[in-house]
Design a protein around this ligand. Structure first.
Ligand code: ADP
Ligand code: MG
Ligand code: MG
Length: 209
């Protein structure tokens, strides 16, 4: 698959997953936030989906991810809009042109995570999307270092992201709205970690299907 076709498939797959799980994401955010995460994400990814329908795979993978980041920043809104916007724009900037390849994609994912941490200042264990993102990038890069294929790396990343999202149940939130709840945030999944799990699952599914 061409890199820009992969970017289109990944963004479409993520948009589809958000659409399917919109209510679940919103319900998760109702428990420990303000009950809008699914609505916010759906609004943003539907703009991305419309851009792809309109423009198709025009532009490089980097340009497509950057354009998606700008739409997410504008239309998701709230904390997640700024964070997803930054992560996609940072991935886009890390993939200027040509073929991304396995290491290029690993580096771009790392840049995406760095952008989230720079903006939101969350550490692993703070019960945020960083708890899914961090192990996912580590698993992806470790698979690359061991000479695995792109599909194997993306599958390992998706599994690590899902496990990371599950691990937020036992955490007390220290960033974002959920932190206002203090210890009452314990016992719930973090909605942003769950949507980040969906982002990595979409990548793995599009690569391996
Ligand atoms: P808002 O909290 O503005 O309503 P959303 O509900 O769309 O925004 O997104 C909430 C999610 O954003 C949280 O579940 C968490 O994963 C993520 N989040 C919030 N603050 C931070 C932060 N400082 N760093 C990383 N992720 C964060
Ligand atoms: Mg919210
Ligand atoms: Mg909100």
């Amino acid at each position: 698959m061409q890199d820009n076709a992969l970017a289109v498939a990944w963004l479409r797959g993520f948009a589809r997953a958000v659409e399917e799980d919109e209510d679940r994401l919103t319900a998760l955010d109702s428990a420990i936030g303000d009950g809008d995460h699914g609505i916010n994400m759906r609004r943003g990814t539907s703009h991305v989906h419309r851009m792809l329908l309109r423009d198709g795979p025009s532009g490089t993978m980097g340009e497509l991810l950057d354009a998606a980041g700008r739409l997410l920043r504008t239309h998701v809104g709230g904390a997640a809009g700024a964070l997803y916007g930054s992560t996609f724009q940072a991935m886009g900037a890390a993939l200027p042109d040509g073929r991304a390849g396995l290491t290029g994609l690993g580096d771009a994912l790392q840049e995406g995570l760095t952008a989230v941490v720079r903006l939101g200042a969350a550490a692993p264990g703070d019960k945020t999307m960083v708890d899914a993102y961090t192990p996912a990038v580590a698993a992806f890069r470790e698979a690359c270092a061991h000479g695995r294929s792109l599909g194997e790396a993306a599958t390992a990343a998706a599994e690590a992201a899902a496990a990371g999202a599950r691990s937020t149940v036992s955490m007390q939130a220290r960033k974002g709205r959920a932190s206002y709840l203090g210890y009452r945030s314990v016992g719930h999944l973090d909605p942003g970690a769950v949507s980040t799990g969906m982002l990595f699952r979409a990548l793995a599914e599009e690569i391996t299907n």
